[in-house]
Design a protein around this ligand. Sequence first.
Ligand code: CMC
Length: 392
Amino acid sequence: TGLVTLDNGFGNTAANKSAITFIDGDAGILRYRGYPIEQLAGEANFIETAYLLINGELPNEGQLAAFSNEITQHTLLHEDVKRFFQGFPRDAHPMAMLSSVVGALSTFYPESHNPFDEAQRHLSTVRLLAKLPTIAAYAYKKAMGQPFVYPRNDLGYVENFLRMTFAVPAEDYELNPVVVNALDKLLILHADHEQNCSTSTVRLVGSSHANLFASISAGISALWGPLHGGANQAVLEMLEQIQQDGGDVDAFIRKVKNREDGVKLMGFGHRVYKAFDPRAAQVKVLAHEVLAQLGKSDALLDIALKLEEHALKDDFFVSRKLYPNVDFYTGLIYRAMGFPTSMFTVLFALGRLPGWIAHWHEMIKDPTSRIGRPRQIYTGVEIRDYVPLSAR
Ligand code: CMC
């Protein structure tokens, strides 16, 4: 079995090779398939970015139209899938509904269970991209106690999702282009991030040759945690708490530094970025733009700005190279758009989906990939004799 080395949290162990996303954490660089994230967020749309991540190249006009059209054909959920939502409690967290329903999709498509069937791989990919926004919108409707809104095939990906989420029948729902463009940009900024916790989960589950729906369901569960995608919800809750406590950011920073109740500055720090998170830089600008364009002001934005400013002057954070990450400002934008806090991580999942899918494909197609099976350093009792129950 050879020498086993301990690498807690995989800080320095590569689990695989990958040609999808490049990160230079010291320089704050993020590129999908070689394209800088700033260019994609500025000029591409989300479906184009999904195509790029999954297929390796940007689509031409015909390819993009065909891909979008194919996705549009699969946005409906089977009526039986819709009934899943009746079974959840009204206050069910939408991330729990998302992972459960995505896992359940595999029961509707048993032909997808063989990951080596290329045509099925493609179909599962299209189905997931098409149906996740519908599932996400239904999770919101469930919580709101409103009727589900069916997808509309004449709308774009983001437009369709927003309408399914916010339209209340009998009202004419008007799409706001500011919200559409900002959400599209945010989805692009979240679309991939190489071997993060949820993507590694998707790869690990998929490495046993589990189907794509099962693998993605596991990825959604991994994303939910507050150290990962759940941080966007945790940041907003932290800002609200600071506001409730009188808005004293320095008192909160002291709490973090004293490690009171294990409290952390949520939305700060990253395993790989040690200078800045290039996504956070984009998101901060976007937060100002969106709030201004929507004519909204938010006292929580002022708290966030102050928190960032004070933390970046404090040696505790500077010496540990802790900077705002992608989750620090996104929640403020989602809130301005009208999403409740519990939906924030769902929006992260919608964005990350193409990345998860791209990694699953890359792994399945790689003839050198093996089942993921970490080793351990055993620290338990070496050996002892069984003691009968009556003698214990
Ligand atoms: N607040 C206070 N202290 C922190 C923070 C923070 N947000 N992040 C790290 N530290 C401290 C940590 O306690 C440790 O201190 P010491 O060396 O004295 O023990 C030092 O900084 C190094 O941190 P680490 O825990 O070894 O870092 P990691 O690479 O294992 O964890 C992280 C990375 C992102 C999980 C962590 O920074 C964190 O918990 N941040 C808050 C949650 C968060 O914002 N997560 C979103 C991550 S980015 C996008 C995503 O994945 O969703």
